[in-house]
Ligand binder design. Structure first.
Ligand SMILES: *[C@@H]1O[C@H](CO)[C@@H](O)[C@H](O)[C@H]1NC(C)=O
Length: 444
């Protein structure tokens, strides 16, 4: 294809040359003048300087079109970027007045030397790079080459403050072959302009917000290898609302439910276990989001574990209380049973006493033979004795198992107070850590 093109070019050139100066207004005459009609020209091979010691300064501007994906698990950021490179080719100059005022010329990228700039953190496949097939030349030898790329870069996340975190990710441009004496990298526009422009044209940023873009010129120098690097540091902040709604608020509500369950009278163990199960579901969600590579446990994870532990402890405490009350319950019941038995006995006795009189009543209708007064008194006395024994027993029973009940009550109150203080202090700590960092980042 390129061979064909060359042939065509040559043919046209021959025609052009034959028709002399008449064709000076075409691009062709300019191409001929610049010696760019052959594809195998040395211009595509060599660094375009007249003296080899001259350094080629490449200006490289990068703007961010979008933040497509941030993967905490694999620690990569996928962005959509556009780059624009500019450098000087000392061999390609013309006077525009000689060529009907042509000030710009586009030629295929292949025809010219193009800096071999690559990104150090890049892990995307080559198919995601879309370089413009053309480069633009200007009259005094400046060459512009643009391209856009779906860029996946590695980035070390600091997730301690998740979900109120900001991440700064480096995108380092550098030459693969040239040292710093041959080629250095710069930016054309200032970092403020670039980050402002990125913010303006940013179409999608998902759950992230671009805070800033910083540029550092980096220069490594060792004995025979010095390299110039251009590092873009992209600072992004997470929009935390989804996590607040999905994780933090429910956890907080469960905590309050658990606190409130202290006021349930009676069976609260099953309620607490239900709360614990609900929390473990939230823990599963969290596990899907955060990587296990983190050396320092994120605050969010410790918050979850803390809530889980508190609820677990309160279940244990409820069990203990249940046990203590059970101790009371068992003795009291036994005593009551004993009393009931006695009562039944007494009743039976009473019945046996009464039965004959009832039979008498039934047998002898009319003036009734009353039991003698002494007998009646004896009956009443017996009843009173039994009643008295019963009350005595009750008093004794109340005093002895009351100890456990009171112990349970004390434990319950103390635990509640400790629990409450713990919750308040931890929430204050979380609040300062999270919201403090969030607000300070917002201000920046
Ligand atoms: C990113 O670049 C800056 C500037 O050179 C450097 O200080 C920082 O350590 C780099 N960060 C990473 C993660 O490499």
């Amino acid at each position: 294809m390129s061979g064909l093109m060359t042939l065509a070019f040559l043919a046209v050139t021959a025609a052009g040359v034959s028709s002399s100066e008449m064709s000076d207004c075409s691009y062709l005459s300019l191409l001929t003048h610049l010696n760019l009609i052959q594809t195998d020209s040395p211009l595509s091979i060599m660094r375009p300087v007249k003296n080899w010691t001259t350094t080629t300064v490449v200006s490289l501007d990068m703007v961010l079109y979008g933040i497509l994906e941030v993967d905490e698990k694999s620690q990569t950021v996928t962005t959509h970027v556009q780059t624009q490179m500019m450098w000087r080719n000392e061999f390609l100059r013309w006077n525009s007045s000689n060529f009907c005022g042509i000030e710009m010329l586009t030629v295929p990228r292949k025809m010219l030397w193009v800096p071999d700039v690559s990104i150090q953190e890049d892990t995307s496949d080559t198919g995601s790079i879309q370089n413009s097939p053309l480069v633009t030349l200007t009259t005094d030898g400046w060459v512009f080459a643009g391209g856009r790329q779906r860029l996946t870069t590695t980035c070390q996340f600091r997730l301690y403050l998740f979900p109120f975190d900001t991440q700064s990710c480096n995108i380092s441009f550098g030459s693969m072959n040239y040292n710093a004496e041959s080629m250095t990298l710069r930016t054309l526009n200032s970092e403020e302009t670039l980050s402002l422009f990125s913010e303006l044209i940013m179409i999608t940023q998902g759950e992230w917000e671009l805070l800033n873009m910083k540029v550092t010129y980096y220069f490594t120098e060792s004995k025979n290898l010095s390299q110039s690097k251009l590092i873009y540091t992209v600072i992004i902040m997470r929009k935390p609302m989804l996590y607040v709604i999905n994780l933090i608020v429910p956890l907080f509500y469960f905590l309050i439910l658990d606190l409130a369950s202290f006021f349930i009278r009676g069976e609260k163990l099953s309620f607490k276990v239900t709360v614990l199960l609900s929390i473990s579901v939230l823990l599963l969600i969290l596990q899907d989001m955060l990587p296990s590579t983190e050396a320092k446990l994120p605050l969010m994870a410790s918050f979850c574990v803390w809530v889980f532990t508190l609820v677990w402890l309160s279940i244990l405490e409820a069990m203990l209380i249940d046990f203590l009350l059970g101790l009371d319950g068992c003795c009291g019941n036994n005593a009551q049973n004993a009393v009931n038995n006695q009562e039944v006995e007494i009743q039976l006795e009473g019945n046996s006493h009464k039965d004959p009189s009832a039979a008498e009543e039934r047998g002898q209708l009319g003036p009734v033979m009353k039991p003698s007064e002494g007998e009646l008194l004896m009956l009443i006395l017996e009843e009173v004795k039994v009643a008295r024994m019963e009350t005595e027993r009750h008093v004794k029973d109340d005093r002895k198992p009351g100890r456990y009940t009171r112990l349970a009550q004390i434990i319950d109150s103390v635990y509640f107070v400790l629990y409450f203080l713990n919750v308040v202090s931890y929430l204050v700590y979380l609040n300062t850590a999270w919201l403090g960092s969030y607000v300070s980042n917002k201000k920046e």
